[in-house]
Design a protein around this ligand. Structure first.
Ligand code: KG4
Ligand code: ZN
Length: 349
C-alpha cells in the first residue's frame, strides 16, 4: 500500500490539534487550546470545549498546512479521533474531518485517542518494536499494555486503573493544594525544591498479593487530601507535598511497568500520555537502565493531546492497507482500547 500525506485531527477534550504525517514523518502540526477558558471552573466544561473546537478547527488545519508548507490539495487521507472523549467535542472534529475527506474523496480513518498517544512516540523515535510494553498515563486513563503491530493487532491490557487515572490524581490533589488547573504541570512546578520523601504517601496495589499490573490512585488522592487537612491555619508545605505525591505516583507506575517488561521478556518500555511529561519520569529512566530495558518517551510537546499523534495512527493504518471508515461513522465517547482504528472494517485488514 502506498503512502500519502495524512491529516490528523484531535478534538476529544480541550485541545484542537492538527498534524500532517507521511511515511512516519511529521511534516507540520498546530494546536489551539481552550484550557484557559476552563481554568476558572477547575475542569473542562464540555459545551465550552465544543464551541472552541468549532472556532479553532479551520484555522488550526490552515496553520498545520502552513507549518508543513503544504496545501489542502496535498492531503491524501484524513484521520480523526472518534473516541474516547467528550461527545460534543468529538463530533465537531469528526464533522470537520468528514467534510475534509469526502469533498476531495480521500480516505477517512476513525482513530482511538489512546492509540494516538502511543503512536506519538514513533514521530520522534521511529517504528515501535514488536512487541513493546506501553504505559499510558493521561488525564482519563492509566493502562499498562502489550502492543504488537499497532495498526493491525489487538492491544493486550496487562492492567488498568481500578479508579482514578494518574493524571486525574494530579489534577484533583492540585485543587486541594490550592494549585491551578491543570494540576499535573502545577504539581510538577511546585515540587521543585520539595522533599520527595517528606510525606510518607502510600504506594497502592504494590503488595505481593495485589494484582501486579492494576493501578489505584483514589486512595493516594485521599491520603494527600487528609495530609493537607492536617495543616489548618498554617502554611501548607506544598513543595514537600507535591514532590512526595509525584514520587509516589512515579514509583508505582514505573515499578509495575518495569516488572511487566521483565515478566513478558520485552526489551522496550514506551511511556506516553500527558503525565509522561512529568519530571519524575526520570525514575523510569533509572529503573529501565538498571533492568537493561530501552525507555522511549515522546518529546514533551507530543505527550499531551495533539493532532500529530492522530495523523501518525492514520499513516500507519493507511500503509497497512486498513479499510477506511464508512460514510456514517460516528463517535464513541467511551470506546475501550482494543484496536488503533475504531471502525470495525479497518480491523479485518
Ligand atoms: O493525555 P492528556 O493531554 O489528555 C488526556 O487524554 O487526558 O493528559 C492530560 C493529563 C492531565 O491530567 C494533566 O494534569 C497531566 O496530563 N499532565 C501532567 C503533566 N503535564 C500534564 N501530569 C504530571 N506532570 C506533568 N508535567
Ligand atoms: Zn490524551
Amino acid at each position: 500500500m502506498g503512502s500519502a500525506v495524512v491529516l490528523g485531527i484531535e478534538s476529544s477534550c480541550d485541545e484542537t490539534g492538527t498534524g500532517l504525517v507521511r511515511d512516519g514523518r511529521l511534516l507540520g502540526h498546530a494546536l489551539a487550546s481552550s484550557m484557559a477558558e476552563h481554568a476558572r471552573f477547575g475542569g473542562v466544561v464540555p459545551e465550552i470545549a465544543s464551541r472552541a473546537h468549532l472556532q479553532s478547527l479551520r484555522p488550526v488545519v490552515r496553520r498545520a498546512l502552513d507549518d508543513a508548507g503544504l496545501r489542502m490539495s496535498d492531503i491524501g487521507a484524513v484521520a480523526v479521533t472518534t473516541g474516547p472523549g467528550l461527545s460534543g467535542a468529538l463530533q465537531v472534529g469528526l464533522a470537520g474531518a468528514k467534510s475534509l475527506a469526502y469533498a476531495p474523496d480521500v480516505p477517512l480513518y476513525g482513530v482511538h485517542h489512546l492509540a494516538g498517544h502511543v503512536a506519538a512516540d514513533t514521530l520522534e523515535h521511529g517504528p515501535l518494536p514488536d512487541p513493546c510494553v506501553v504505559l499510558i498515563v493521561s488525564g482519563g486513563h492509566t493502562s499498562l499494555l502489550l502492543v504488537r503491530d499497532l495498526a493491525c493487532d489487538p492491544i493486550t491490557h496487562l492492567g488498568d486503573t481500578l479508579d482514578d487515572a494518574a493524571g486525574e490524581c494530579f489534577d484533583k490533589v492540585a485543587r486541594v493544594f490550592g494549585l491551578p488547573y491543570p494540576g499535573g504541570p502545577a504539581i510538577d512546578r511546585a515540587a521543585r525544591g520539595g522533599d520527595p520523601g517528606g510525606v510518607a504517601f502510600p504506594r497502592p496495589l504494590t503488595g505481593s498479593r495485589d494484582a501486579p499490573y492494576a493501578f489505584s490512585f483514589s486512595g493516594l488522592k485521599t491520603a494527600a487530601a487528609r495530609w493537607a487537612e492536617r495543616h489548618p491555619g498554617t502554611r501548607l508545605p506544598v513543595a514537600d507535598g507535591a514532590a512526595s505525591l509525584q514520587e509516589a505516583i512515579a514509583d508505582v507506575l514505573t515499578r509495575k511497568a518495569v516488572a511487566a517488561c521483565a515478566e513478558f521478556g520485552v526489551g522496550t518500555l514506551v511511556v506516553v500520555g500527558g503525565v509522561a511529561a512529568n519530571t519524575r519520569v526520570a525514575l523510569a529512566e533509572e529503573r529501565c537502565l538498571a533492568a537493561g530495558i530501552t525507555l522511549r518517551v515522546p518529546p514533551l510537546g507530543l505527550c499531551t493531546d495533539n493532532g500529530a499523534m492522530i495523523a501518525a495512527v492514520g499513516d500507519l493504518l493507511l500503509r497497512a492497507g486498513a479499510e477506511p471508515a464508512p460514510l456514517d461513522v460516528s463517535v464513541d465517547p467511551s470506546a475501550p482500547l482494543r484496536f488503533a482504528a475504531l471502525h470495525p472494517g479497518a480491523r479485518a485488514a
